[in-house]
Design a protein around this ligand. Sequence first.
Ligand code: HEC
Length: 152
Amino acid sequence: MRGMILAGTVLAVGVVGAAHAQAPASLTAEQIIANRQAGQALVGASFASMKHAIDTKSTDLKQFKPMAEAIARWMGVFPDLFPPGTEEGHKTKALPAIWSDRAGFDKDARNLVAEAQKLAQAADSNDPAAFAVAFQNTGKACGACHHDFRAK
Ligand code: HEC
């Protein structure tokens, strides 16, 4: 009897734990993957517009402050969109390393948050040289994660 109660408790805790770690049941794995890809597509497009501003020697850089801040905010929640069960589907390019080296993945995401915040500051300063340096550093942080955690 006691064994049964214990087993029931362990089971209940296990279920609650799994529900917490996984995405809401209302979203399918395909939807979660589509969400993270759409967000990254926006990040990519935003990044391209910043590169264009640098290439054309724009002196109107303050406009990128909210964009860089949004990238930082997004990257703060991006790892939440990789719950167990979303390793495959929707042509994901996510590599298995995300789930085997979660700490490394989270660290790369935090690193990008920090670099994007610096990019926002550089944009606010409207200093082209500072903005270009911050942009490069942010790009390196994108590349570091893609190198280890995204398929080519
Ligand atoms: C913490 C890791 C990480 C960081 C940092 C990161 N990415 Fe990604 N990115 C990924 C992963 C993983 C995918 C693949 C997602 C999938 O297919 O499920 C991806 C996908 C993309 C895509 C393809 C989106 C699509 O249409 O499917 C673009 C574009 C992109 N990232 C741009 C960027 C840029 C630009 C940065 C830096 C500003 C960046 N990423 C930073 C992990 C990261």
